[in-house]
Design a protein around this ligand. Sequence first.
Ligand code: SF4
Length: 356
Amino acid sequence: MKRNFYDLTKENLQEMIKPSFRAIQLFSWVYQKYSLDFNEMTNLSKNDRAEFDKIFSLNLPELANKEISSDGSIKYLFKLKDGYTIETVLLPMKNEVVDESGEIVKHARYTVCISTQVGCKMGCAFCYTAKGGFKRDLTPGEIVTQVLYIKKELNLPPERRVNIVFMGMGEPLDNLENLATSIKIFGDVDGLSISPRRQTISTSGLATKIEKLAKLNLNVLLAISLHAVDDELRDKLMPVNKAYNIASIIEAIKKFPIDSRKRVMFEYLMIKDLNDDLKSAKKLIKLMHGIKAKINLIYFNPHEGSEFQRPLRENVEEFKEYLNRAGLICTIRESKGLDISAACGQLKERSLKNAT
Ligand code: SF4
């Protein structure tokens, strides 16, 4: 059976094929020239091309659905080989800047939000993905090709880097081995060359896995989905809190190696009348003591059948001001793609409905 090329790091390839610079050539064709056919790799001999074609497969995921939001974000639903679907979202962060003559002086900046599992085991109460349960882990190749597909589709020059957030379907640290392999593949300078400092792992707070990740020394950025400041509420919102409570997460974070210019991001989903009051803000300040943190407040986006509500703008603003006055860096994330399907899992739901 053919090996999925996208599952392999350059080092894996170098063990498989000789001379080892062939691996660099292959990485360049696949990840920088977006080639899907060994036969067009003209700097390789005919024999090599035929041989690689025999041992490797180069199949991007199939696009099952795509929705474009008025704010420019694009949500992709990809169909995997076994028929399962996953979601990936392209978020334009900065628009292109052109001068008077129409020449581009600054290119658009993109962040790609990618999935690491089909479904998720964590069962967060506010999450649409959680409702479908867990199906399986994604392979490194299935993680990597989400970004490759989009770069190829947008025809982005290889040097145009994108940021990655592992924040789509699934708990990335629950698939740590494949996640770590995909981080290496993304970061390879002969391939997509997305530095680990542009890759953010967003976790629900699996404290022991955070410690394991720290030991891997991957230099990635970390985001914690905190969402509550006391265990009672967090137990309800995120059942994983019963295994890893807030104190254990904070302890793991304090030991996590962080680049001196970077911070750990704490995601805080603001839910009306649940965690959007100043008493919670005060507790949050206390929790962040001694951590190089950045708080990101997110508006809860109600989905069909959801028991929670979107918070009032003034409450979110007030919460932010309160944190800022205490010296904490805090931003409000405007929900992108509000007019498409905003929370993870919703695009899948909609396309299923359309299909029936
Ligand atoms: S919010 Fe994230 S960790 Fe929680 S159930 Fe959804 S996908 Fe899983």
